[in-house]
Design a protein around this ligand. Structure first.
Ligand code: FAD
Length: 384
């Protein structure tokens, strides 16, 4: 790795900062800060502002409307957006389903789905997990039975993030019950407003609604909505999960959280005298620096043979998720009894922190739990 400051990097960062100063509406940034689950209208509004600049899909190849940035530029862009308080865009659309459509979809599917995602016109939800299939995803039971040119889908998905916002769901379904578990799965794009779909809220520990259960009762889905061949769903899912893990350190979010912790401490001289607390803060700062170096290493190796030498995605996921929980706990400690107030009634400096702390219990579960990630790291390291 080269640690010398690169003038090109500084110029790019300044270009992004200038754009954010001019184009990010302050009320959007304020809401993103107070609510850890962004509102759909804010996500859509921000996606459209980014699209007007050609920046809505930083990770897409230029051929599909991406800006053609290097991995480092994408990372800097995300970091600056997070620090400025920009709301997220629809990750299920941009980061999860779009790369699968690009890799396995036919021309019609690409034309139908990629441009509306790019413009912020369609919202997507990920229908993988089921009540009996999470870590052991291949045991999923939602069935799709061929009927003429359609499938009839029956079953249930759960934990569907932003499913209540979704225009479309991308789902893993069982199309062959007799085949080996992985081989009998297909990848379907399902219109979320199809008759027979019921979406029910799951209220999480923070009192918020971002998660859902999705029920399918005789839902008719054209076979033309299947991505890839019948039985190729597991390959599509692996491609998607590899992409998901590649961005799993959540470094920008970690930086934003630490900056907020430091701001809380700066206002509280008494806390700065607490040697135990300040030692823990220093540890979190050191962890963040290490995470940043590791992320930059992974970015600099992206697409090169050396990238396969270590399980970067799993390591970054474990470190990044645990750091979020550590920093969240320190913020709560710094707030003291102010942290006990319900998030929306809390004072300005405390807004959203308690709810965010509670919700981030989930970061070591979603995207593959940390126990599963540790298994993957061990398998890689030990070659078993
Ligand atoms: C906030 C949140 C958002 C989510 N969003 C989505 C979404 O949008 N779409 C979607 O499809 N899914 C989503 N999920 C589901 C998520 O992918 C699963 O929760 C996750 O994969 C774990 O599966 P599970 O909940 O069934 O737990 P289980 O698989 O039942 O695991 C229970 C416990 O056992 C441990 N465990 C399981 N197997 C092993 C093993 N082999 N070795 C060691 N330990 C093991 C796990 O680590 C965990 O601690 C979301 C989950 C959460 C919490």
């Amino acid at each position: 790795m080269n640690f010398e400051p690169d003038p090109g990097v500084a110029a790019f960062r300044e270009e992004v900062r200038a754009f954010l100063r001019q184009q990010l509406p302050p009320e959007l940034a304020e809401r993103a800060r107070r609510h850890h689950h962004p509102l759909k209208e804010d996500m859509v509004a921000w996606t459209r502002i980014l699209h007007a600049k050609g920046w809505s899909a930083p990770h897409w190849p230029a051929a599909y409307g991406g800006p053609g940035w290097t991995p480092l530029q994408r990372h800097l862009f995300e970091e600056e957006c997070a620090l400025a308080g920009a709301p997220a865009t629809c990750a299920s659309a941009f980061m999860l389903v779009a790369p699968v459509i690009m890799a396995f979809g036919n021309d019609e599917q690409k034309e139908r789905h990629l441009p509306p995602i790019l413009r912020g016109e369609t919202f997507w939800g990920q229908g993988f997990s089921e009540p009996g299939a999470g870590s052991d995803l291949a045991s999923l039971r939602t069935r799709a039975v061929a009927d003429g040119s359609d499938y009839i889908v029956n079953g249930q998905k759960t934990w569907t993030t932003e499913g209540h916002y979704a225009d479309w769901l991308f789902c893993l379904v069982r199309t062959d019950a007799a085949a080996k578990p992985q081989r009998g799965i297909s990848f379907l794009l399902i219109d979320a407003r199809s008759p027979g779909i019921t979406i029910r809220p799951i209220i999480s520990i923070d009192g918020a609604h971002s998660l859902n259960e999705v029920f399918f009762d005789d839902v008719r889905v054209p076979q033309a909505n299947r991505v890839g061949d019948e039985g190729q769903g597991w390959t599509c899912a692996k491609h998607l999960l590899d992409n998901e893990r590649a961005f799993s350190a959540e470094l920008p979010r970690n930086k934003r959280m630490l900056a907020r912790l430091q701001a809380l401490l700066a206002e509280a001289p008494a806390l700065q005298q607490d040697a135990v607390l300040m030692r823990r803060v220093a540890e979190a700062e050191a962890d963040l620096l290490a995470l940043e170096m590791l992320t930059l290493r992974a970015l600099s190796e992206h697409g090169k043979p050396e990238a396969t030498a270590w399980p970067a995605g799993s390591i970054l996921h474990v470190l990044g998720s645990e750091l979020q929980q550590k920093t969240g706990a320190l913020m709560l400690q710094a707030l003291g009894e102010r942290g006990l107030v319900a998030p929306d009634q809390a004072d300005e400096a405390a807004a959203g922190i308690t709810g965010d702390y509670l919700y981030r219990r989930a970061v070591t579960i979603y995207g593959g739990s940390n126990e599963i990630q540790r298994n993957l790291i061990a398998r890689h390291a030990l070659g078993v």
